[in-house]
Design a protein around this ligand. Structure first.
Ligand SMILES: Cc1cc2nc3c(=O)[nH]c(=O)nc-3n(C[C@H](O)[C@H](O)[C@H](O)COP(=O)(O)O)c2cc1C
Length: 388
């Protein structure tokens, strides 16, 4: 693929759109209901302004930091997404390899299209595992596998008790497993590379059993089971999980500060401010507007992360200035995967690494530790809560 004209994540999204059928593109790009929250996640970064420092020595810039004690090359991690096989046959293994090569961490989804052991073997580096809690028996069995495969942290998603209404998917008659309908075949004619990949699959790459199209379908079936199962999780379940899982525990899907102290008292190590990329509760505010409230409530007792709408290095710097330890991206790396497989994901990683480093130099903050609240402009028109 020619990257000369891919200058930002919107360019990459367009490249991905050309490669995959409409139904697949929409399933990734879309959100719930009116997609107000999808748009707001991104828009809210425009209400936050950066104040550069004078005379800073930025001859060398170091974007590396730590996440739960682990060194990472930049404060940007890969969020769990469950659709990788739809974008490209290298699927989660390709994403994991690219993440480790870039020196950062991928949180593998419960709805991944490859077994977690296979992804860990491909990664050869630190990974987190995202859990959709269904019941104690299945969670227990899953935790044994996650531990045996060497995942360094467990990330419990709490914003998905029920399936949301995804209207693009309904209009496209999108199904999991994806059915080769005449309509999909029609769009496939203009997307030959994706269609060939989908029909043939890759033996040994999608190893939910079988090969070729059957393997792909089996992988989608696995995904369907996870997605359609209830994912209701309670405070009691959290207490049980904290006892059951010996490693670091992160909660993903927190959108208010008042409930954070209780989570931390129960032994939670990290909190991801997330509205699922606008795919669950539409009408929830942008995640970045909630970060200050959560940071204040957490009061340094756990790490705070944020995801949703991050498309630029300067978005990451804004989140860090407001107190986040690191950010996650979802859709951008799927666009990389859809456009050019594992190489596309690596492109996204180097895009963010250089955007973050350039942003740090221009802001006058040569290390991550130099980025603090003073980097945010007081004259900025605040999103809800930002300057509260
Ligand atoms: C296609 C897709 C699948 C996703 N699957 C999951 C999932 O299985 N588990 C989960 O916790 N979050 C899932 N998410 C949400 C992401 O982890 C993340 O919160 C979101 O994508 C961040 O927003 P962004 O896409 O604007 O970067 C998914 C998001 C997308 C786009």
């Amino acid at each position: 693929m020619n990257y000369d004209n891919i200058l930002n994540m919107d360019d990459l999204e367009r490249a991905a759109r050309r490669r995959v059928p409409r139904a697949v593109f929409d399933a990734v790009a879309g959100g719930s209901d009116d997609e107000i929250t999808v748009r707001e996640n991104r828009r809210a970064y425009r209400d936050i302004w950066l104040r550069q420092k004078a005379f800073a020595d930025v001859r060398t810039v170091d974007a590396s930091t730590t996440v739960l004690g682990e060194r990472v090359s930049m404060p940007l991690l890969l969020a769990p997404t469950g659709m990788a096989r739809m974008a490209d046959s290298s699927a989660e293994s390709g994403v994991a390899r690219a993440a480790v090569k870039a020196g950062t961490i991928f949180a593998v989804s419960s709805a991944a299209s490859q077994p977690l052991e296979q992804i860990a073997a491909a990664a050869q580096g630190p990974l987190w595992y995202q859990l959709y809690y269904a019941d104690r028996d299945s969670a227990s069995a899953m935790i044994d596998r996650v531990e045996a495969a060497g995942y360094s942290a467990l990330c419990l998603t709490i914003d998905s008790a029920v399936l949301s209404k995804r209207e693009r998917d309904a209009r496209n008659r999108f199904t999991i497993p994806l059915r080769m309908t005449p309509k999909l075949l029609m769009t496939g004619v203009s997307k030959p590379r994706w269609t060939k990949d989908f029909l043939l699959g890759k033996t040994g790459r999608v190893s939910q059993g079988g090969s070729g199209m059957f393997a792909a379908r089996a992988a989608y079936r696995n995904l369907a089971t996870v997605l359609t199962h209830s994912k209701l999780v309670t405070w009691d379940d959290l207490a049980w999980l904290r006892e059951r899982w010996p490693g670091k525990l992160v909660i993903k899907g927190v959108m208010r500060g008042d409930e954070c102290p209780r989570m931390i008292d129960m032994g939670v190590d990290g909190i991801v401010v997330s509205n699922h990329g606008g795919r669950q509760l539409d009408g929830s505010p942008s995640t970045i507007s909630v970060v200050p409230e959560v940071v204040q409530a957490v009061d340094g007792r756990a790490e705070v992360y944020v995801d949703g709408g991050i498309r630029r290095g300067t978005d990451v710097l804004k989140a860090l200035a407001l107190g986040a330890q690191a950010c996650f991206i979802g859709r951008p790396y799927i666009w990389g995967l859809a456009a050019d497989g594992e190489t596309g994901v690596s492109f996204v990683m180097s895009f963010f690494q250089s955007e973050i480093e350039r942003g740090m130099a221009l802001l006058g903050t040569p290390t991550i530790a130099d980025i603090d609240r003073s980097a945010i402009g007081m004259e900025a028109r605040p999103a809800v809560g930002v300057l509260a």
